[in-house]
Design a protein around this ligand. Structure first.
Ligand SMILES: [Zn+2]
Length: 58
């Protein structure tokens, strides 16, 4: 039997810190196509991520 939490928290969507546009699929750094705010996926302070514990309601 394989132990698994079933929680897919490996790649929570990155979202623009200003407008919450989903940045997943975009280059790892650049500017938000929606509002132009700069982001760098290597720097967690420049974007938001969906909290896995908040996704149950979707
Ligand atoms: Zn934005």
């Amino acid at each position: 039997m394989k132990a698994s939490t079933g929680a897919p928290d490996l790649d929570a969507d990155a979202r623009c810190a200003a407008c919450e546009y989903i940045l997943t699929g975009l280059p790892s750094s650049g500017t938000c196509p929606e509002c132009g705010r700069g982001f760098d996926l290597a720097d967690a302070s420049t974007f938001l991520t969906d909290d896995p514990f908040m996704r149950w309601c979707y």
